[in-house]
Design a protein around this ligand. Structure first.
Ligand code: SF4
Ligand code: SF4
Length: 317
């Protein structure tokens, strides 16, 4: 092999290696959006505290194009109380509900028979729609032979998108007063995140409390879920319910003990005995309660708190 062809061969080999490395790097970088949910078996355990402080640390310490915090506790979103940013978008969100057209209806009763959610009542002389029970499945509308149940938009709430920094965005959805179904708005908010950000995005979902349908909609298909609890008998009881829900869903999850103190053993023993990873602890501190009551971030106000959130961040990524 002469020196020129040797050089070319080396160059070609080098470019191939470079191409493969770069493709791998790009694949790893833009391969998929990562979703992490923060949930708890009951309200008041510190879910929002963990979400806002963790999202702040993640946006500062990790090199994602964006970290996004989305508050999916749509009945009572409060992550925004701790964040200050520029409003980028505000839009009304709707869902589709059938509207009965008396003039076209022949009172055949087919629609009431097909609705699995009892959202339609056939009264003999009219059809009554219960919007709060409707799951917008379109079945009644599609099957009505007279086209007497057209689907119409019905307002359910509002979504706001803020830029907190060049690395951190915040999405908040809020149900209108009197609207009871949280699931459709949670679903639309998750869709918005998916459509708005690129794959190099780390998403933190602040889920609603409890173990019912809204929580399941918020945590489903997340790569990881953090269950926040506190070392009390009530906290322990609700943690067990939340763990059962995660196990049924098949989600990867771990536990964070908030307001950690000398009584952590009850939670630690349970986690050890059930092979559940303890992602970290947030110590009970009077200064933390003061910072919370003023709407301040713990990682900004109490320097020692940073390391606790950094430890959690390292374990969940
Ligand atoms: S299916 Fe249509 S036509 Fe029949 S009762 Fe319902 S609304 Fe009326
Ligand atoms: S759209 Fe579906 S859930 Fe809603 S009323 Fe019709 S059949 Fe029932």
């Amino acid at each position: 092999m002469n020196s020129l062809s040797e050089k070319l061969w080396k160059t070609k080999k080098f470019s191939t290696a470079f191409f493969v490395c770069n493709s791998l790097k790009n694949y790893l970088k833009v391969g998929f959006m990562i979703h992490i949910a923060v949930a708890s078996g009951k309200g008041g355990t510190g879910k929002t505290t963990l979400s806002v402080n963790l999202a702040t640390i993640l946006s500062e310490k990790y090199n994602y194009n964006k970290t996004v915090l989305a508050d999916l506790d749509v009945e009572e979103p409060n992550s925004g109380l701790f964040l200050d940013g520029k409003l980028k978008l505000q839009e009304v969100k709707y869902r589709m509900v059938p509207e009965w057209n008396e003039e076209k209806c022949t009172l055949c009763k087919r629609c009431a028979n097909v609705c699995e959610f009892n959202a339609l009542a056939f009264l003999g002389f009219s059809v009554l729609v219960f919007p709060e029970l409707c799951h917008s499945c379109y079945a009644c509308s599609e099957l009505c032979p007279e086209n007497a149940l057209p689907m119409k938009q019905r307002r359910m709430g509002e979504l706001k998108h803020y830029e907190i920094s060049d690395k951190l965005d915040f999405i908040e959805s809020r149900l209108d007063i009197g609207v009871e179904q949280a699931v459709p708005l949670i679903k639309l908010t998750r869709d918005y995140v998916k459509e708005t950000f690129d794959n190099d995005t780390l998403v933190i979902y602040d889920a609603p409390p409890g173990t019912s349908c809204p929580v399941i909609e918020a945590v489903k298909k997340c790569e990881n879920t953090i269950l926040v609890t506190e070392p009390t008998p009530f906290g322990f009881n609700d943690l067990k319910l939340a763990v059962e829900t995660m196990q049924e869903l098949g989600n990867k999850f771990g536990v964070v003990i908030n307001r950690s103190d000398a009584n952590d053993k009850i939670i630690e023993d349970y986690c050890n005995g059930n092979n559940i990873e303890l992602y970290g602890k947030i110590p009970f501190m009077r200064e933390a309660a003061e910072a919370y009551s003023k709407g301040k971030l713990l990682v900004d106000e109490i320097p020692v708190m940073r390391k606790y959130f950094e430890t959690i961040a390292e374990r969940i990524i």
